[in-house]
Design a protein around this ligand. Structure first.
Ligand code: SF4
Length: 286
């Protein structure tokens, strides 16, 4: 089969840095267990690889998990950001902490904190329940969620010029819809587009797939927001192609792709490169 790799591929700089931070924690504390508070980044294969290397991912409620740790334990905070109350608990308990929060998420959280400090309200466009959105909402009760599916209760907003900011991994091509809706209610709202480059570049690349492509494979985990957005964009823009999302090669092998002649393979920002390569090689040899 003819196969095109949609670039960029592999870990984005935020995930690369998160993995480096976790490994640094291990190098600096060779005798200790290294705990990670949730998925370091949203890809199960990455988490399984880290587990094989001896890292322990704590997958329950973050506050319950942190409270089970003891003085001197080593804890890594994940790439998506976290509630700053967890920093306080870690400090009180005497944990050794490493912060793997992506620089772009940190920057986003700092803007929110600054707005709240200056007395403004913040409208945060994001996905309810996503870790990055939870971290943003935890900054203050003056941050209100504009959920991309449920929208917002505008009665919560009394500031006539709130800051409008968003989760970094949303659909670049849909963001303007939410902005227009908010501006209809608050014409003086101040809009910041916070989609990160890693997300935007991958989405732009999906739109450049050749039109006669009849199979599009998006590689990444269902919990990964940016991977899901690639899948949504491919589905919406290539009605004549079979569009599938898989986490690994075994899942692709279960899907009937008989008769397909031309494929394109894209991947999320937390998908290990070797998984993409395995899928590419499998398709090339079909
Ligand atoms: S996808 Fe964007 S926000 Fe998320 S870790 Fe990568 S660079 Fe950071």
């Amino acid at each position: 089969m003819e196969v095109a790799l949609i670039k960029p591929q592999g870990f984005c700089s935020g995930v690369t840095l998160a993995v480096k931070t976790a490994k640094k924690a291990k190098e600096e504390n060779p005798e200790k267990n290294i705990y990670i508070l949730g998925m370091l980044a949203h890809n199960q294969i990455l988490i399984d690889d880290l587990t094989k290397e001896g890292f322990i991912t704590l997958s329950g409620n973050e506050f319950e998990e942190i409270n089970k740790l003891n003085k001197g334990d080593v804890l890594v905070f994940t790439a998506h950001g976290h509630d700053s109350k967890l920093d306080e608990i870690a400090k009180e308990k005497g944990l050794i902490t490493y912060d793997a929060t992506c620089f772009k998420v940190k920057d986003n959280l700092n803007k929110i904190k600054e707005e709240v400090r200056s007395g403004h309200q913040v409208i945060y466009i994001g996905q309810q329940g996503h870790k990055e959105a939870n971290a943003a909402l935890a900054v203050s009760k003056n941050v209100s969620l504009y959920d991309t599916k449920l929208l917002i209760n505008y009665y919560l907003i009394t500031d006539e010029s709130p800051l409008v900011i968003n989760q970094t991994t949303l659909n670049f091509y849909e963001l303007h819809k939410y902005h227009e809706d908010i501006l209809r209610h608050f014409p003086k709202a101040r809009i910041e587009n916070e989609i990160c480059n890693a997300t935007r570049l991958r989405q732009e690349a999906i739109l450049k797939i050749e039109n006669d492509t009849d199979l599009i494979v998006i590689v990444g985990h269902q919990k990964s927001s940016n991977t899901n957005k690639l899948y949504d964009i491919a589905l919406a823009n290539y009605p004549n192609a079979q569009v599938i999302m898989v986490n690994k090669l075994d899942e692709l092998k279960e899907i009937n792709i008989e008769g397909k002649r031309k494929a394109a393979v894209g991947s999320g920002a937390s998908t290990p490169q070797y998984i993409v390569d395995e899928i590419y090689n499998y398709l090339v040899n079909k």
